[in-house]
Design a protein around this ligand. Structure first.
Ligand code: SF4
Length: 287
């Protein structure tokens, strides 16, 4: 069977992830007197983390307590990942005079500003996204009053008697956003609903869906803990196409793709080009 491989144009590192990795590499190469620590895994991709660790970066817990902060060496430089951290973490790091390298994605900072403005105006905030995800938890810490909803059912249970602002996790899919938006507007036409999905997410998800329309099977490459890669896989699956979520490209065997002729390939925003190239190489061996 003659096979065809179509690779999404918008696949792999987004601008926010590229910037955070670049900040880490620059610090490791140019600031030899500093010891770089990332607050939580810099991105959800083990191979990239291993490379940075080999160059000297250490990964700490994403949330440090006072004791852990006090135990850091005097030359420590703390890298904040693209998801950002909570207000309390910033305050703890700053009040201990730590050197902070802020890799928070500008898009996440823009969402944070919307939340801060709502807090200044005394408005509660609803964040539509994954409870417990680092971006969501970090953003929520900037609200005075707020709640996280993850589904239409949870949105139906919201109770407000004053204006409120709704934002969403940057990597949310558009169908969940639109469904929750309609649910909230039914009961609260005055709700200020902001679509804060980022462009990188929008483009990757749209393109993945259009590839589903023309391919027999889809491969999504991404870290197991990567929210945006998992969403890409869910979107492909929900289109009805056979979907293969590859989390370990080095050990992945392409044999499972044998029954399919036209194969689409996409990758999450934290997937390095080297992982995409590895999968394409394996698929070409199958042709
Ligand atoms: S997925 Fe979007 S919000 Fe998240 S780091 Fe990338 S560009 Fe920024």
């Amino acid at each position: 069977m003659k096979r065809e491989i179509i690779v999404a144009r918008e696949a792999g590192f987004c601008a926010g992830v590229r910037r955070a990795v670049q900040l880490a590499n620059d610090s490791l190469e140019k600031e030899s007197a500093k010891k770089l620590f990332s607050l939580g895994p810099l991105i959800h991709n083990p191979s990239v983390i291993e490379e940075l660790e080999a160059k000297g970066m250490s990964v700490l817990s994403s949330s440090l307590d006072t004791k852990a902060v006090k135990e850091l060496p005097g030359n420590a430089k703390l890298l904040v990942r693209a998801h950002g951290v909570s207000k309390e973490q910033y305050e703890l790091l700053k009040s201990n005079g730590l050197d902070i390298l802020d890799g928070t994605c500008p898009h996440v900072i823009a969402i944070r500003r919307m939340i801060e403005r709502a807090a200044e105006e005394g408005e509660p905030v609803v964040i539509l996204g994954d409870k417990g995800h680092a971006e969501v938890t970090g953003l929520m810490s900037f609200a005075k009053e707020g709640t996280v909803v993850s589904s239409v059912e949870e949105a139906a249970d919201l109770k407000f008697d004053k204006p409120f602002t709704v934002v969403c996790q940057s990597t949310l899919d558009s169908s969940t956003f639109e469904a929750v938006k309609s649910e909230i507007l039914k009961k609260y036409p005055f709700a200020k609903i902001r679509n804060t999905r980022c462009q990188a997410t929008e483009k990757r998800q749209k393109e993945a869906l259009s590839l589903c329309g023309v391919c027999d099977a889809m491969i999504v490459i991404g870290g197991i803990g990567s929210a945006n890669s998992n969403r890409l896989a869910e979107i492909c699956k929900s289109s009805g196409k056979a979907t293969f979520f590859v989390t370990d490209p080095a050990n992945w065997e392409p044999a499972e793709l044998k029954p399919y002729r036209k194969i689409g390939v996409t990758a999450g925003a934290s997937t390095p080009q080297s992982d995409i190239d590895l999968i394409i190489g394996k698929l070409k061996d199958l042709i």
